[in-house]
Ligand binder design. Structure first.
Ligand code: ARG
Length: 572
């Protein structure tokens, strides 16, 4: 159980004993050092509702509050806040237990099967910066949920189907005939652009492209084979990006739009049988009064076009059906741009009506904002084009290599490159993961690569500083007892004990920036501890205990960074 849950439970019991069992305890970490480590703020609300004197009620609650072995002091402040000061022994035992445990003492909640749909680029083109956020936010959420013991199923819902693939396969045939296919496929942006030029300039080519779409959808083996070749190349471009980013996606996680092609007619049939589909000017739509406009007209969620073709929406309905029925999902998470919010809300509502997702299956759109350039407009190249993700990542590594070279000119080339990779990729990921996902953010090389402030390089460096203590310590007793006496020791221990609370928060709301924020303040608290409490110069039990706190800090930083998908190094 997390500390917050534990204290909440105790205060809840005290509220019941004080005669207000239904009042929420509202326990949270204290906002200021002087207010103890945790605060219970529920008394004021309860007193108000019952027209009682809040300080009197607070006193009753405190009298009934049993925090034996957990808190050393409990006091009432202001109009009825209850401030709780944790006991040093409690923190010490908790830290010792976390040190001994591979999972840092984090308890496993009830296990769920969680499907996470993330990255999911369209394969017609190469991955660009627009795919970065879904890929790294999704990956971090997947890591956190796996760490919490859930069965995580990654689903890369790539866009590998639709009319564009007629044009691309038709162009593939042409380039194969002229022997240029291999070269042109090296850069899918150019490949796409050239195919489009052919489509616009030649009536013949355009007709062939249209014919290929029909043949592809009809299951024509020849066109399917071409399509497969193209998809293979495109997926290998994606995999190169995933490998460089260090995200966990592999080919086994690819479950693209095409995979649902055979289910789409069934999806529409099932909706029709349930009587929730209406013919509207030849198209098939689900009317959703939940999304009515100002005049009360329901929104029309189209599931089949007039010409019989299916849409993105139909495919997503098919995917939910599969994820619930075949993958047995308890929770399905879509890490997709906020601009698709309406699509997901309508899709979820349709799934509930159709029974594709029963009420006990949680459907969540984990939306995120846009990555902006310095001009506060969506991030583009100087000439206004889209930035290829692989190029952005290469540039970050190069910039990091220059920085490392300046800081550490004498390092061997390989060591420099290894650091540059960790720092360059870490910086890009952390810049994203350290901000609340729902807001837009400005991409800025100097800020993200800075060794000061809330950045990956700062945290990576902080980690190496902790590690360097162990390099200098000649003897370290990994089973030594922890004794907490100095304020800086206590503050560090409180923060270390809050790791589990933070993970629970991230797992619930899917906001990785809570974890970033936590790691940043942990690193700062360690610095303060390091300055206030000499480690190696201390002696005996004090030295051994401080080394233990340093060891747990290192372990927590490393685990936390790993859950963000960011590498740490022992030295840099
Ligand atoms: N391929 C889509 C795009 O690039 C994202 C797909 C997200 N996942 C989903 N199940 N709709 O916009």
């Amino acid at each position: 159980m997390t500390i917050q849950q534990l204290i909440n439970q105790k205060v809840q019991a005290a509220l019941a004993a004080a005669g207000v069992p239904d009042a929420p305890a509202v326990v949270q970490p204290s906002s200021k050092v002087g207010f103890g480590d945790y605060q219970a703020n529920g008394v004021m609300g309860a007193a108000k509702a019952l027209k009682m004197n809040p300080r009197e009620l607070a006193q009753k609650v405190v009298d009934a509050l049993d925090l034996e072995g957990i808190a050393e002091k409990v006091e009432i402040a202001g109009p009825g806040f209850i401030n709780i000061h944790l006991a040093p022994e409690f923190l010490a035992r908790r830290s010792e237990a976390a040190l001994k445990d591979a999972r840092l003492g984090v308890t496993l909640p009830a296990k769920q099967t969680v499907v996470i749909d993330y990255s999911s680029p369209n394969l017609a083109k190469e991955m660009h910066v627009g795919h970065l956020r879904s890929t790294i936010i999704g990956d971090s959420i997947a890591r956190v949920l796996s760490f919490m013991g859930h069965d995580v199923i990654r689903q890369n819902h790539v866009g590998d189907w639709g009319t564009q693939f007629g044009m691309l396969t038709a162009y593939l045939v042409e380039t194969q005939q002229t022997g240029k296919a291999g070269m042109e496929l090296g850069d899918l942006e150019t490949f796409y652009r050239n195919a489009k030029i052919r489509f616009d300039e030649s009536e013949d080519f355009a007709n062939r492209a249209r014919e290929y779409v029909v043949r592809l959808q009809g299951g024509d083996e020849l066109v399917l084979e071409l399509w497969r070749q193209f998809v293979e190349v495109s997926l290998s471009h994606c995999q190169a990006v995933y490998d460089k980013l260090g995200v966990m996606l592999t080919r086994d996680d690819v479950m693209g739009e095409s995979a649902y092609n055979d289910d789409l007619a069934t999806v529409v049939n099932e909706l029709t049988e349930m009587g929730i589909v209406t013919d509207s000017e030849g198209a098939k739509v689900v009317f959703l009064p939940e999304f009515a406009d100002q005049d009360g007209n329901p929104a029309a969620y189209i599931v089949q076009k007039k010409d019989g073709g299916f849409l993105y929406s139909t495919t997503d309905l098919g995917a939910v059906r599969y994820r619930v029925r075949k993958l047995n999902a308890d929770r399905i998470i879509y890490v997709v741009d906020a601009r698709q919010s309406l699509h997901f809300q309508q899709m979820f509502t349709t799934c509930r009506k159709a029974g594709f997702a029963p009420d006990n299956v949680v459907l969540e759109h984990i939306a995120f904002g846009t990555m902006m350039g310095e001009d506060n407009k969506p991030f583009k190249t100087r000439s206004g084009g889209t930035v290829k993700l692989i190029e952005l990542l290469n540039e970050s590594e190069e910039r990091a290599l220059n920085l490392v070279g300046e800081k550490n000119p004498d390092l061997a080339v390989e060591a420099k490159q290894q650091i540059a990779h960790a720092v360059g990729i870490g910086a890009v990921k952390y810049a994203d993961l350290s901000k609340s996902r729902t807001s837009d953010y400005i991409f800025n090389w100097e800020n993200m690569l800075s060794f000061e402030g809330n950045t990956a390089p700062y945290l990576q460096y902080a980690y190496t500083r902790v590690q360097s203590v162990f390099r200098k310590a000649e003897n370290y007793d990994a089973s030594a007892a922890i004794v907490i006496s100095e304020p800086a020791e206590k503050q560090l221990a409180v923060a270390l004990a809050q790791f589990e609370d933070v993970l629970v928060t991230v797992a619930d709301g899917c906001y990785p920036h809570h974890l970033s924020q936590y790691l940043y303040s942990l690193a700062q608290l360690f610095s303060r501890f390091y300055e206030a409490c000499p480690i190696l110069k201390a002696e005996g039990e004090v030295r051994a205990s401080r080394l233990q706190l340093a060891a747990l800090t290192a372990k927590t930083l490393k685990t936390g960074m790993d859950l963000l998908g960011i590498e740490v190094l022992d030295a840099m």
